[in-house]
Design a protein around this ligand. Structure first.
Ligand SMILES: Nc1ncnc2c1ncn2[C@@H]1O[C@H](COP(=O)(O)OP(=O)(O)OP(=O)(O)O)[C@@H](O)[C@H]1O
Ligand SMILES: [Mg+2]
Length: 342
């Protein structure tokens, strides 16, 4: 049985339909990442689960308890749901320790040691407890916000772009630390993020939203390799989308014949290749093109190749063997191309 179940959630703000008939389930201990363009309804969905917003239609059931339903709305403070927003939102007038202990009773025996344990749990030195939040780095503040959410032993943890204010390195280490911590504690979590690799590496389920609709829900590998539509493919990473004619398990496209993963007979379709499936080779046989741009970006170069047929392909190549501008190149395709179903 699912631990969290959202059924047919719709929410309007005046003329804006922020959510349209969204249904999804999450198992206990599961980790769901929600991706989607700005304004697609991600925060609204979290706010409905947390109890800060009420949908016009739909139900929310957590661990068998109806939180939202017909004539039913459990107030947010009774839901035992932890939430960490994008900016951390610590109380500036409280010390770090009092922020963490905010949800714990004042006179509770062992309160101070529990706060210390929570700080250690999120990878912070308990000595930081006496500081004021503004005397911490952005990454440290984010961890304090997480410790504060964990202090109340939430049944469900909601993270709304919690790492977006951090620089790339800190973001990576904080994300890994948090991910390990949540996995070890078996806490059911929903993470909203704009970062595709963050979503794919953090979650066991990924939901892709677009204009208030849930476009696809699946495993990270499933949604990345087999997106149902172009918007889903693009939400998850760089996508090379080519018109093709399909016959006998092969797609005829601008790159020549490419194997496809779908044997269903159909003539015209659009196929998806991820840039990492395309390897540049010497221009010996098959489709050939000319490198028209090669932008150095450290570990890789962003290479644009104009095929002799006229198509321009954008891909990444290791910066150690990237071709020079003007070079003639051929192609090898790794794996199969994917055909969209929608
Ligand atoms: N309180 C509100 N009043 C009016 N419209 C709102 C309100 N909150 C959200 N919206 C609108 O609902 C839609 C969904 O907003 P939401 O904040 O859920 O998007 P999001 O996917 O979280 O976007 P972002 O990635 O930018 O955070 C947007 O069109 C937004 O303008
Ligand atoms: Mg948002």
């Amino acid at each position: 049985m699912s631990f969290l179940s959202l059924s047919h959630i719709s929410k309007r703000y005046g003329a804006v339909e922020a959510l349209h008939d969204v249904s999804l389930t999450l198992s206990k201990g599961g980790r769901l990442a929600i991706l989607g363009p700005s304004g697609s309804g991600k925060t609204t969905l979290l706010r409905i689960i947390a109890g800060f917003e009420v949908p016009e239609i739909g139900t929310v059931v957590l661990d068998g308890e109806v939180l939202v339903g017909a004539n039913q709305h459990v107030p947010s403070h009774r839901r035992q749901i932890g939430i960490v927003m994008q900016d951390g939102a610590l109380f500036p007038h409280l010390s770090v320790a009092d922020n963490v202990g905010f949800g714990l009773e004042r006179g509770l025996a062992g309160r101070a040691s529990q706060i210390k344990e929570l700080l250690v749990m999120v990878g912070l030195d308990p000595a930081l407890g006496i500081r004021s939040p503004d005397a911490l780095s952005g990454g440290q503040q984010q961890r304090v916000a997480l410790a504060r959410a964990l202090a109340r032993a939430p049944r469900l943890l909601l993270l709304d772009e919690p790492f977006s204010a951090l620089d790339a390195t800190l973001r990576d280490t904080t994300r890994k630390a948090v991910s390990t911590l949540l996995q070890a504690a078996g806490i059911t979590t929903i993470l909203v993020t704009h970062d595709q690799s963050e979503a794919l590496s953090f979650a066991d389920q990924v939901a892709v939203m677009g204009e208030g609709h849930l476009l696809q829900l699946g495993t990270p590998q499933g949604v990345y390799r087999h997106p149902v539509s172009k918007p889903v493919a693009s939400a998850l990473g760089d996508a090379i989308i080519l018109p093709a004619r399909i016959a006998e398990g092969m797609a005829q496209c601008a790159l020549g014949p490419v194997a496809v993963n779908d044997a269903t007979a159909r003539l015209d379709a659009e196929i998806l290749l991820r840039p990492e499936q395309i390897k540049l080779t010497a221009p010996l046989t098959g489709t050939i093109g000319t490198v028209i741009e090669c932008d150095f970006a450290g570990p890789f170069c962003a290479v644009t190749v104009r095929l002799d047929g006229g198509y321009a392909l954008h891909m990444r190549q290791s910066s150690f063997n990237a071709p020079a501008q003007g070079a003639r190149v051929g192609f090898t395709i790794l794996g199969c191309a994917h055909i969209f179903t929608v």
